[in-house]
Unconditional design. Structure first.
Length: 292
C-alpha cells in the first residue's frame, strides 16, 4: 500500500511470494541499521539517480499497454524458450523441478503462504475444480493414470522408500475414514448394500415374533462405534441384534462386538446363521432377550 493509500500490484507467482516472505519483517536487509547507515553514507553528496524533477516527463508516458520494442517481453507471436521442453528433455527444467520439489516437500499451504493467503488459494482451487473440472474426474486423465498404474505397485511407481511410506499413510487414512459414520454411510450407499437371504429370513422371523419392534439397518442407516449393526430396536430400547454368518465370522464368539456396543449403553444379541434352521428355538432366544 502506497503513502496515498493506492494499492500496489505485486507479482503473485510462487517464487516472488517466497522472496517476500524471506525478506519480511526484520529479515529485510534494508531494515538493518548498519546497512542503512552505510547506504546513506555512500550516497552523500551524489545527485539523485532518477530525475523526477518538476516538469520531468517519464519515458513511458502514454504507452499504457504498449510494450517497448526489443524489450524481450511477451509480444504477440512470441514463443517462450521453454515451450515443448520437459524435465526429461532439458537439464534446466529438470534442475528447476527438483529445486521446486525440495522447497515444497512436506509443506502445507499455510507454511508456504501464510494462513490468510492459504485460505484464499484453497478456495480458488476448490472453485476451479467444481462442476467436473477436477482433472482426476476427466476421462482422459483417468485413463492415462490407470495405464501408468496398471499392474504396478507403489514401490514400482515411486521407489521402495516412498512406496512404503505412501502405503502406510493410505492405511492410516483409510482407518481414520472408516471411523466416521458419514463416510461409512456414503460407502454403503455407493455399494447399494441390500439385506442378504439370511438377513431377510431373520427379518421375517422378527416381524413374526416381535412385530414393529426391530428394523433392518445393515444398509448403513445406523452406525455405532464405526460398526454397522444389522437390526436395532425401534421402540426406545437400546437393543441390537447381530446376525453372524457361519463362514465370515468363523472363530468369532461375538464377545468383542457385544462389549463394544455395551460402551454406548446397548445390549446386543448375536444370532448365528445356522440358528435360523430351528425357528422355534431361535424365537425363544429372541423373546428371552427382549424379556418376554
Amino acid at each position: 500500500m502506497s503513502k496515498k493509500g493506492h494499492k500496489v500490484e505485486t507479482c503473485q507467482c510462487m517464487a516472488c511470494r517466497m522472496e517476500r516472505k524471506e525478506f519480511s519483517g526484520d529479515k529485510n536487509p534494508m531494515r538493518n541499521p548498519k546497512i542503512v547507515a552505510k547506504s546513506s553514507e555512500s550516497h552523500k553528496g551524489h545527485a539523485p539517480a532518477s530525475s523526477f524533477e518538476k516538469g520531468h516527463i517519464p519515458w513511458n508516458k502514454g504507452s499504457k499497454g504498449v510494450m517497448k520494442e526489443n524489450s524481450g517481453s511477451f509480444q504477440k507471436g512470441h514463443i517462450p524458450w521453454l515451450k515443448g521442453l520437459t524435465k526429461e528433455t532439458d537439464e534446466r527444467i529438470a534442475a528447476y523441478s527438483e529445486e521446486n520439489s525440495k522447497m515444497l516437500k512436506d509443506k502445507t499451504y499455510e507454511e508456504l503462504f501464510g494462513k490468510k493467503e492459504a485460505k484464499r488459494l484453497k478456495k480458488l482451487r476448490s472453485e476451479a475444480w467444481k462442476n467436473n473440472k477436477n482433472p482426476m474426474k476427466q476421462s482422459e486423465v483417468v485413463a492415462k493414470m490407470s495405464k501408468i498404474r496398471k499392474d504396478r505397485t507403489y514401490e514400482e511407481i515411486f521407489g521402495v522408500e516412498k512406496g512404503k511410506q505412501l502405503r502406510e499413510q493410505r492405511s492410516v487414512n483409510q482407518e481414520q475414514l472408516w471411523q466416521g459414520s458419514e463416510y461409512i454411510q456414503m460407502q454403503m450407499k455407493a455399494r447399494n448394500v441390500q439385506p442378504n437371504k439370511a438377513e431377510l429370513r431373520l427379518s421375517d422371523l422378527l416381524k413374526q415374533f416381535l412385530p414393529n419392534e426391530y428394523k433392518y439397518v445393515g444398509d448403513g442407516e445406523f452406525i455405532l462405534a464405526g460398526k454397522c449393526p444389522d437390526f436395532i430396536n425401534t421402540n426406545g430400547q437400546k437393543k441390537i441384534i447381530e446376525l453372524f454368518g457361519d463362514y465370515w465370522h468363523k472363530g468369532d464368539d461375538g464377545k468383542e462386538r457385544v462389549a463394544l456396543f455395551a460402551q454406548y449403553g446397548y445390549q446386543t444379541l448375536i444370532v448365528w446363521e445356522n440358528e435360523l434352521e430351528d425357528e422355534r428355538k431361535l424365537g425363544n432366544k429372541i423373546l428371552q432377550f427382549n424379556n418376554i
